[in-house]
Design a protein around this ligand. Structure first.
Ligand SMILES: *[C@@H]1O[C@H](CO)[C@@H](O)[C@H](O)[C@H]1NC(C)=O
Ligand SMILES: *[C@@H]1O[C@H](CO)[C@@H](O)[C@H](O)[C@H]1NC(C)=O
Ligand SMILES: *[C@@H]1O[C@H](CO)[C@@H](O)[C@H](O)[C@H]1NC(C)=O
Length: 252
């Protein structure tokens, strides 16, 4: 029965942490919100997709995500060239289509920098090979461990040479917090046990540690009744002995 409680607490934790990847397609935008990335400069002739007439590099739409891509050939005269997109989640991944040798005079070098919330987080460089093959679905940037809040990703290029940029899609990791059932932590505590609330109020612990601690209490509550007061005093003893020994050290 105690074990069942522990398992259900574990399951609740798994549900709370449920995360899924959502797609931001270059053209069709965010699969959930529909928000479309913003391409700059936005004057005509800079960014183009599969319908481009006269583009030197025409990737196979059947190999591109959603059958679309957005590409530009940067030149220093453009100043900054960039793609901005907003997402709410804890990780983001960017996928490009890369080009290799196409013909003399065709720009195939790719370079980009990546900023999240205005802070540069990475750069990417592709030196074309002698092969004619394009490379699809290429992960060029990944950033994980972001706070679960709204973020802005900017993919940008500034260079003194010509650069080819072909953005296919991005993924971001959305945390599904809507399934959060109310008051899960208190449900694990034995309702009438006097010791149960002691650890959480008198010890500064991370919430995950706290819930493990409560689960252990559930299973071994009788055994722990005598041990906990001792356990709770250990940090205090540690502090005292540390300062004592440093005092001693000074005396020597
Ligand atoms: C999201 O996609 C990235 C890149 O493909 C992958 O590494 C990661 O495990 C995925 N995350 C989830 C929650 O599916
Ligand atoms: C994006 O590029 C435009 C010019 O094309 C520039 O005005 C703008 O400041 C750039 N934004 C960022 C965040 O780099
Ligand atoms: C380019 O973007 C600006 C805002 O940044 C907007 O006012 C303008 O209408 C856009 N032009 C085109 C051609 O989309």
């Amino acid at each position: 029965m105690r074990v069942v409680h522990f398992l259900s607490a574990w399951l609740v934790t798994k549900i709370l942490a449920a995360s899924t990847n959502r797609t931001i397609d270059d053209t069709n935008g965010d699969s959930m919100t529909g928000a479309i990335p913003v391409y700059q400069p936005n004057e005509s002739g800079v960014w183009a997709g599969p319908s481009c007439v006269g583009c030197a590099i025409v990737p196979d739409t059947s190999l591109a995500h959603d059958g679309t891509w957005s590409a530009a050939t940067y030149n220093a005269g453009l100043g900054i060239m960039n793609i901005s997109m907003d997402f709410t989640g804890t990780a983001v991944y960017v996928f490009f289509i890369l080009a290799n040798f196409q013909d003399e005079g065709i720009t195939t070098t790719t370079k980009a920098s990546f900023s999240v919330d205005g802070v540069q987080r990475g750069t990417f460089d592709h030196v074309p090979s002698d092969s004619f093959e394009l490379q699809y679905d290429q992960l060029v940037f990944a950033e994980t461990g972001l706070a679960n809040t709204p973020h802005r990703l900017v993919v940008w290029t500034v260079a003194d040479t010509d650069i080819y940029v072909n953005f296919d899609y991005a993924l971001y990791t959305f945390e599904d917090v809507e399934q959060n059932p109310p008051t899960t932590t208190t449900a694990q505590l034995p309702p009438t046990h006097p010791i149960a609330s002691t650890p959480s109020t008198s010890m500064p612990m991370a919430s995950s540690t706290k819930s493990h601690f409560s689960s252990a209490l559930n299973i071994h509550s009788v055994l722990f009744t005598e041990l906990i007061p001792i356990y709770l005093h250990v940090p205090a003893l540690d502090t005292t002995s540390t300062s004592t020994s440093s005092n001693l050290y000074h005396c020597w």
